[in-house]
Design a binder for this molecule. Structure first.
Ligand SMILES: Cc1cc2nc3c(=O)[nH]c(=O)nc-3n(C[C@H](O)[C@H](O)[C@H](O)COP(=O)(O)OP(=O)(O)OC[C@H]3O[C@@H](n4cnc5c(N)ncnc54)[C@H](O)[C@@H]3O)c2cc1C
Length: 502
């Protein structure tokens, strides 16, 4: 039996086995008598409700994974997400161990109209993978990756982290596009698009997906690919978490040299205008093998500089030639570009972006980096003066991303040369207002240079810009959402709101 057939057999078998015959999950609650208190919760529409303790207990009995309530051991750890600015308390956390658990969780949520958050890697910048008083469907234990080196594909569970995908694929000399921080989730990153060090060569992460196993809003199992459920497959590649819970992805892998030319390259603040002007012209002509993300940065000690994160994934001798002009624009204050294991490059920003700090990001796509855009970037960082890191970061687009038609997948912003975001990180809650004011004033300057935004950098203030982001794909997404999730069960995302029922 082929792997796919075996998985389909397992899926259909599980679907027909009465829940009582499956191994039970533990309901980790404080009561020792076995009785469960009623649970206060909230619906997707924001209505306060009370779930009967017996119903919650019955739900837990249908899961193989654990179910956590507010007073359960492990609840506080499980509810934490990457962005420490979001301190939310779900009514229930379902720690799913497989698609069968996910289906039970979705059915329970739908039956009770619960507010639902889906947690993959937990890196939502706006904290949308945790909710206040709703049901958190936690996929973090569904983190397996299996690589088939013959077919050059990876099967990746919906809660796996990028580091696991890179590691398993690289061990066999293979890779696909994954993001630049290894503790980010495959699920959220891929469904929203997926930029990374290999995206100009192989396309976005979503462009490398061959199939997705999904639990839809009815709690049904589906596989979406170019062969079946094509419309859904189109929407899942860029439409974010709007259409269901992805329990597994099948990725196309590509042979790569596991040692690539990459690392940091930094220039002094005085050289910022000349360096940036050169870079944006150079980036337009760069070969697909080059990924160069640039950031203008101010540190808490008031030091400012221009920093490049470089990865050249092709022939290294050729890479040296390609990179020579960039390294020679001015004298770098740091040049750490050297042959390095790709997995090391992929985790080189892990510490700088560690969990638990407060982060705030505003983002937009830049079609062409004009002189006015460059001046604005520099001006924003020149004027920055908060006691924390502030930066404008500009990952590169183009290459293979731009060779996919804008309507071929839901991800429409194929023509953008760059994706710019303003970012700050802090810890002291007393700084919340100052940070928010700084980001908003900086964004007011940068926004006119952008068109739409990357849905994986969504925050609540961006909802009105969603139709610009999806452009000509927006109405098709609304129709798809209306068809597959008319009650908007999956709303904690860059939400495509379904049409009102007639
Ligand atoms: C440190 C850091 C580095 C980043 N680097 C990059 C980068 O290099 N390239 C890039 O493109 N993006 C990058 N991002 C943005 C990233 O793509 C998004 O934050 C993405 O949502 C993270 O996915 P996750 O599974 O970790 O997040 P989660 O917080 O778990 O999920 C975010 C949203 O995705 C949906 N979701 C997640 N998993 C599933 C699933 N299995 N099924 C259905 N819906 C799901 C849900 O709607 C959820 O609200 C980065 C983010 C951070 C914080």
């Amino acid at each position: 039996m082929s792997v796919i057939k075996r998985r389909e057999f397992l899926r259909s078998t599980l679907a027909t086995v009465p829940a009582a015959m499956l191994p039970y999950g533990r309901l980790l609650a404080a009561t020792e008598s076995g009785a469960i208190n009623d649970v206060e919760a909230v619906t997707g529409a924001g209505k306060q409700i009370v779930l009967k303790g017996a119903d919650v207990k019955d739900f837990a009995a249908r899961l193989r994974g654990d179910v956590l309530l507010r007073d359960s051991a492990g609840y506080d750890t499980a509810r934490r997400v990457w962005n420490g600015a979001f301190d939310r308390h779900p009514a229930i956390i379902a720690r799913c161990t497989g698609a069968a658990d996910v289906a039970e969780a979705v059915k329970f949520a739908a039956a009770n109209q619960l507010l639902v958050a889906v947690r993959g890697g937990g890196h939502s910048l706006s904290g949308l993978s945790v909710c206040e008083k709703g049901l958190m469907i936690d996929l973090s234990q569904m983190n397996g990756v299996r690589v088939d080196p013959v077919r050059k594909v990876a099967f990746v569970e919906g809660g796996a982290l990028l580091g696991a995908l890179d590691r398993e694929a690289l061990a066999l000399g293979l890779a696909t596009t994954a993001g630049t921080v290894s503790h980010t989730g495959v699920g959220g990153l891929t469904l929203g698009g997926g930029f990374g060090r290999l995206c100009r060569r192989f396309g976005l992460a979503c462009d490398n997906v061959r199939g997705i196993d999904l639990v839809n809003a009815d709690g049904k199992f589906l596989n979406a690919s170019n062969q079946q459920n094509q419309d859904l497959f189109w929407g899942l590649r860029g439409g974010g978490g709007n259409f269901g819970v992805a329990t597994a992805f099948e990725f196309q892998l590509h042979p790569v040299d596991p040692i690539m030319l990459g690392g940091d390259l930094m220039f002094s603040w005085e050289d910022a205008p000349a360096v940036l002007k050169f870079f944006f012209d150079y980036a337009k002509e760069a070969p697909d093998e080059l990924n160069a993300d640039v950031a203008v940065v101010r540190l808490p000690n008031d030091q400012r500089f221009v920093s490049f994160d470089i990865c050249y994934s092709g022939d290294r001798a050729q890479g040296e030639k390609v990179l020579a002009p960039l390294r020679q624009i001015r004298k770098p204050i740091l040049d750490k570009i050297e042959p390095a294991p790709y997995v090391a490059l992929q985790s080189s920003s892990d510490v700088a972006t560690e969990h638990g700090h407060r982060y705030y990001i505003k983002a937009g796509f830049v079609q062409k980096a004009t002189p006015a855009f460059i001046d604005t970037m520099i001006g924003i960082v020149q004027d920055a003066n908060l006691p924390q890191v502030q930066a404008v970061s500009v990952p590169q687009g183009g290459g293979a991303i731009a060779r996919v038609k804008p309507n071929a997948t839901a991800f429409a912003q194929r023509a953008a040369d760059h994706n710019a975001f303003i970012f700050t990180r802090w810890d002291d809650p007393a700084q919340n207002e100052a940070v928010s004011a700084w980001i908003k004033s900086a964004w007011a300057k940068l926004e006119p240079h952008t068109h739409g935004f990357y849905v994986n950098e969504f925050n609540a203030e961006d909802a009105a810009r969603l139709s610009t982001t999806y452009g000509g794909n927006f109405s098709r997404l609304v129709d798809l959402k209306t068809k597959v999730d008319p009650d908007n069960l999956f709303r904690l995302n860059a939400n495509v709101v379904p049409k009102a029922r007639a």
